[in-house]
Design a protein. Structure first.
Lengths: 626, 238
C-alpha cells in the first residue's frame, strides 16, 4: 500500500520543468528504429474484427519472443474505415488494409523480420491500379491536412505517456507558466476559430463572455453528444486522442476560472467513454488534472456524464438540463449559456473538435493557425464521408477545399460507376447540395448560402439512384422522432411535414402541398424554440430548391424517377431481353414470377410486393422498373 | 418632453429611465418605460393600450416557458436595422429595444401556429376563437381530436405553485403528453386534489373528477374503470 502511494506520488508532475523531464525520459526510452505495429482500434475497425487481429499479433510476438524488438500498439481511428482493419508498420509506415488474424503470421515473418512487403495486403489505387506501400502515399490520406486527427494513428489512447511523448500537455504548461487568461482569449480570437459543433460561433467571443461573467462557480463542458446520422468524428477523436480534448478543457477552465468540467458523451459510445475515463484517471495520477495542476495552484476536475439517448441533448441548453438531472429539453437562450448556463452558472460549452483545436493554437500560434482555411472559417474540419462513396471514412481537410476534391479525390468517387447526384451536409438539419455546386469551397458561410450548413461535419454522398423526396422524408422523420415536443412549431410542424412528404411518396401529393411545405418551413425557422426546429426544414427546402422537378414528377405523373418510392413503381419483364434463366423466379419471395427454362418469364403484378429482388439478380437487364 | 407610462401606473419623462432599474423601449412605435427584470410580455400586459400579444402557455403565477410560441414578436437591439423573432414571454426588456408586436410577418407566423394547433385540437373553444381572430378557416391538415395543446401549465403549476409533481410531461415529439409519473394510470398520493392544473388549463383539457382528483387528457375515463382495465391487462399475457 505504502509502495503504491509512493509510486503514485513519484508519477506526479509538480512543475513544468518536471513535465519536460518526463517527456525527455519517455522519448529517450523509445528506440525510433524499433519496429512498431500499430493496429487501428477505432470502433469501425473493431466492428471489422481488429481485436482478433490484435490478439493474433500479441500471440505471435510472444510465440517468437519478439517482445524486445517489436512494439505492439492499438491506436485510435486512422480514418480510412472502408478498408479496416488497418495495420501500419512503423517506422516506415507500411500500410496493410483489411487484415485478418490469418495474415498475422505472414506479416511478422515477411515484413517485421524479413523486411519485405506483403503485396496482397496493400491498398490498390482504383484509378491507377497500382499498389501503394506507404500510408502517406494513399490518395485518401495524401490530400488531407491532419493537424488534429493525425496523432490518432500514432498514439495509444490508453497510455498518457504516448500523448506526452508526442508533445502533449505542452500547451497547458505554456499557458500555466507564461500566459494570462486574456492573452489566451486574444490568441484564440486572432486564430479565427469557430465552434465545430454546428453553429460556428466564434470561440474566442464565447470564451470572453464566459470569462467576463461574474460568478464564483463556473463550468466547462465538452459536448460529445454526437447524434447526426452518419457522423462519428467526435467519437473517433474522443476514442483516439482523449488527452487532446482534456488539455483543451483544462486551458478553457484556466481562462474562465472554472474548477469543474463535464464531458457529456453518448451512452452509445462505450469505447469513447472508457478511453475518456482512462485519460482522466491517468491525467489525475500525473498531476495534470485535479488539485494544484503542475504545481501552479490551479485546480480542475472533470466528470463524465453519459447521455440518455436524445438527439436534442446535443443542443447546449438541453444538454445542460440533462446534466442537471432534468428532462433534456431546450430553453430559450436569450441570455447566453456562457453567462447563465449549468445550474445558472456561467458555462463554457464547446464541441469535442473545438476543444482539440485549442492546444494546437496555443502551441503553434494564432498566426500559423489562421493561415489555414478561408477568410471566414479558419483551420481544418473533420468530416465523416459516408453514403454512396468508395472511401468511407473520416477526413480532415483545410476549410475551403471544394466538395469535388473531397468527394472525388479523397473519397474516391461513387461506387459501381454510378453518377453523383447530391451531397447532404450538416446532419439531419442540413441540406442537399446538387452537382452544379461541387466546386463550392466548403466553409461555414458558403454552405449556409447554399441552404445547407457545416453542422458537425457529416457528409452523406448520394448517387443517381437516390430519390430526393425520399431523402427529405427520411430526415424529416428522423427529426419528428427526435423533436422534444416542447414547442408547437417543431412538434406539430415537423409532424405535418412528414405527413405531407409521405403522401407525396405514395402518390397522394397535390401541387398545393409544396406551398404548405414552404409555409411550414417559415413557421419552423421563425417560431421554433431551438436550433433543432429552426433548421428542421432545411432538408425539405434544399431539395425543393434544387430538385423541384422530382417533387413534381411524384405529384403530377405519380412517378418516382429514381425508382425508390415503392408505391409509384411497377416491375415488369421485357420478353425480348429475358433469357429464361430462372434467376428472378427463384429470387422472388412471393412467387409472382412464372415461366419455364429458356422461355420468357412473366410477372404477376397482383402478387408482386415490389421488393426489387428480381431487378437486382437479373443479368440481362430484362426486369424493367418504372 | 414625452410623458409615458411606467409599469402602467405613473407617468415620468422618457429621459428618466436610468437603464439600470428602469429601461425605456419602443413597442409598436410607442415609447414606454418599465422596470428591469421583466419580460416583454409582462411589460406589455401592464401597460394599457399598447401591443397586441396573445399567449397560451403563459400564466403570471408560474415561470415563463416558451412552448406555444404565439407570443412571438419581432425585436431589434440595434436601433431598428435588424429584426429577429423572439418569444416575448421569455425575452427580457432592454434599454433601447424596439419591439413590434403585430406586423404582417408576425400575423402570418401566428396564423400558421394557430392552424397547427387547430388541426390538433379542432374542438377547443379558445383555439377556435384565436383561429377566427387570425383568419384560419380550416386547417390544411388531417384533423386530430385532442384537447390538450401541451402548454405544460398544469405540470408547472403542480410543481411550482403546489411544490408537488403529481403530473409530468412524458415522451417526446408528437407522442408527448401529460401523465402521472411512470405513466401510471392512476395519480399517486402526490396529487392532493387542489385543482390547480384544471384551473390554469387554457383549453379545458383537464377536468376535476368526482373523486376530487383531476382527469388528465390522456385517459378520459373515470378512474373507477381503470382498475378493471389494469386487471384485464395483467391477465393478458404480453
Amino acid at each position: 500500500m505504502v509502495e503504491q502511494v509512493r509510486k503514485l506520488l513519484e508519477k506526479r508532475v509538480e512543475s513544468v520543468a518536471e513535465l519536460e523531464k518526463l517527456r525527455q525520459s519517455i522519448v529517450d526510452k523509445k528506440d525510433s528504429s524499433r519496429t512498431c505495429i500499430s493496429v487501428c482500434g477505432g470502433t469501425a475497425c473493431r466492428a471489422a474484427g481488429s481485436e482478433a487481429v490484435v490478439d493474433a499479433f500479441i500471440d505471435e510476438i510472444e510465440k517468437r519472443e519478439l517482445q524486445v524488438q517489436v512494439e505492439m500498439k492499438e491506436t485510435g481511428c486512422h480514418g480510412f474505415c472502408e478498408r479496416g482493419p488497418l495495420v501500419v508498420i512503423e517506422p516506415k509506415k507500411i500500410f496493410y488494409q483489411q487484415v485478418k488474424p490469418e495474415d498475422v503470421t505472414e506479416i511478422i515473418a515477411e515484413t517485421v523480420l524479413g523486411g519485405k512487403v506483403v503485396e496482397r495486403l496493400l491498398y490498390v489505387d482504383p484509378v491507377t491500379s497500382q499498389k501503394i506501400t506507404y500510408e502517406p502515399d494513399v490518395p485518401f490520406y495524401k490530400r488531407q491536412t491532419r493537424t488534429i486527427f493525425g496523432a490518432n494513428g500514432e498514439i495509444d489512447p490508453t497510455n498518457i505517456e504516448d500523448y506526452i511523448a508526442s508533445g502533449g500537455y505542452s500547451a497547458l504548461s505554456k499557458v500555466l507558466t507564461g500566459m494570462k487568461p486574456q492573452q489566451i482569449i486574444d490568441e484564440i480570437k486572432k486564430s479565427g476559430l469557430r465552434g465545430r459543433g454546428g453553429g460556428g460561433f466564434p470561440t474566442g467571443r464565447k470564451w470572453q463572455s464566459c470569462r467576463d461573467a461574474k460568478a464564483d462557480i463556473k463550468y466547462v463542458i465538452c459536448n460529445a453528444d454526437e447524434g447526426d446520422p452518419g457522423a462519428y468524428q467526435d467519437r473517433s477523436l474522443l476514442e483516439g486522442n482523449p488527452h487532446s480534448v482534456l488539455e483543451g478543457m483544462i486551458i478553457g477552465a484556466y481562462v474562465i476560472g472554472s474548477h469543474h468540467g463535464y464531458i457529456y458523451v453518448r451512452n452509445e459510445y462505450p469505447l469513447a467513454v472508457r478511453h475518456a475515463r482512462i485519460a482522466i484517471e491517468q491525467a489525475m495520477d500525473y498531476g495534470l488534472l485535479g488539485e494544484n495542476i503542475m504545481g501552479s495552484g490551479f485546480d480542475f476536475t472533470v466528470t463524465i456524464n453519459k447521455g440518455g439517448g436524445a438527439f436534442v441533448c446535443g443542443e447546449s441548453s438541453a444538454l445542460m438540463a440533462s446534466l442537471e438531472g432534468k428532462i433534456g429539453e431546450p430553453k430559450a437562450k436569450y441570455v447566453h449559456m456562457s453567462e447563465k448556463g449549468l445550474w445558472d452558472s456561467p458555462s463554457l460549452l464547446n464541441n469535442v473538435k473545438t476543444w482539440a483545436n485549442i492546444s494546437l493554437i496555443i502551441n503553434k500560434g494564432a498566426d500559423w493557425y489562421s493561415k489555414i482555411g478561408t477568410a471566414g472559417s479558419k483551420g481544418t474540419m473533420i468530416f465523416s464521408l459516408v453514403g454512396n462513396i468508395n472511401n468511407t471514412g473520416l477526413v480532415e481537410v483545410p476549410m475551403g477545399i471544394t466538395l469535388r476534391e473531397m468527394i472525388f479525390d479523397i473519397g474516391g468517387g461513387i461506387p459501381n460507376g454510378k453518377k453523383f447526384k447530391a451531397v447532404q451536409t450538416g446532419g439531419p438539419s442540413g441540406g442537399c447540395i446538387p452537382e452544379q455546386f461541387l466546386d463550392t469551397p466548403v466553409d461555414f458561410d458558403e454552405l449556409t448560402k447554399l441552404g445547407s450548413m457545416m453542422g458537425s461535419g457529416g457528409m452523406i454522398v448520394m448517387d443517381e439512384d437516390t430519390c430526393m423526396v425520399d431523402v427529405a422524408k427520411y430526415f424529416v422523420e428522423f427529426l419528428k422522432g427526435e423533436s422534444c415536443g416542447k414547442c408547437t412549431p417543431c412538434r406539430e410542424g415537423i409532424n405535418r411535414m412528414s405527413e405531407i412528404l409521405s403522401g407525396i411518396t405514395r402518390g397522394k401529393g397535390k401541387r398545393e402541398d409544396l406551398d404548405t411545405l414552404e409555409d411550414l418551413a417559415g413557421i419552423l425557422s421563425a417560431g421554433a424554440l431551438c436550433a433543432l426546429g429552426q433548421t428542421a426544414a432545411n432538408p425539405v427546402l434544399s431539395t425543393l430548391r434544387y430538385f423541384r422537378d422530382e417533387y413534381l414528377a411524384h405529384i403530377d405523373e405519380k412517378k418516382c424517377p429514381a425508382g425508390i418510392c415503392r408505391e409509384l413503381i411497377q416491375y415488369s419483364i421485357d420478353p425480348e431481353k429475358c433469357q429464361g434463366c430462372l434467376r428472378c423466379l427463384r429470387a422472388c419471395p412471393t412467387g409472382a414470377i412464372t415461366g419455364e427454362k429458356r422461355e420468357a418469364h412473366t410477372l404477376n403484378r397482383g402478387l408482386c410486393i415490389k421488393c426489387g429482388a428480381c431487378y437486382d439478380v437479373c443479368k440481362f437487364n430484362a426486369v424493367i422498373r418504372q | 418632453m414625452a410623458k409615458v407610462w411606467i409599469d402602467g401606473e405613473t407617468t415620468i419623462d422618457v429621459e428618466d429611465a436610468d437603464g439600470v432599474n428602469s429601461v425605456s423601449l419602443t413597442v409598436d412605435d410607442k415609447e414606454i418605460i418599465v422596470s428591469t427584470g421583466q419580460t416583454i410580455l409582462e411589460a406589455v400586459q401592464r401597460v394599457d393600450g399598447i401591443g397586441n400579444i396573445p399567449a397560451l402557455c403563459n400564466h403570471p403565477a408560474v415561470k415563463p416557458y416558451g412552448a406555444c410560441r404565439i407570443c412571438t414578436v419581432e425585436v431589434s437591439e440595434d436601433g431598428g436595422s435588424k429584426f429577429k423573432f423572439v418569444a416575448s414571454c421569455l425575452y427580457p426588456v432592454k434599454q433601447g429595444l424596439i419591439v413590434r408586436t403585430n406586423t404582417d410577418k408576425i400575423k402570418k407566423l401566428r396564423k400558421g401556429i394557430i392552424e397547427l394547433m387547430l388541426a390538433r385540437c379542432p374542438n377547443v373553444k379558445r383555439i377556435q376563437e384565436l383561429a377566427e381572430e387570425y383568419g384560419v378557416d380550416k386547417p390544411r391538415f388531417v384533423l386530430g381530436d385532442q384537447d390538450c395543446i401541451l402548454c405544460g401549465l398544469c405540470v408547472r403549476a403542480c410543481q411550482e405553485i403546489m411544490g408537488k409533481s403529481a403530473i409530468s410531461l412524458v415522451n417526446r415529439g408528437i407522442y408527448r403528453e401529460v401523465a402521472a409519473p411512470f405513466y401510471a394510470y392512476e395519480l399517486t398520493e402526490e396529487c392532493i386534489g387542489c385543482g390547480d392544473c384544471a384551473f390554469v388549463c387554457p383549453t379545458g383539457a383537464i377536468e376535476m373528477g368526482d373523486d376530487g382528483r383531476p382527469i388528465l387528457p390522456r385517459v378520459k375515463i373515470p378512474y373507477a374503470e381503470i382498475e378493471a382495465l389494469m386487471k384485464k391487462e395483467a391477465a393478458t399475457p404480453s
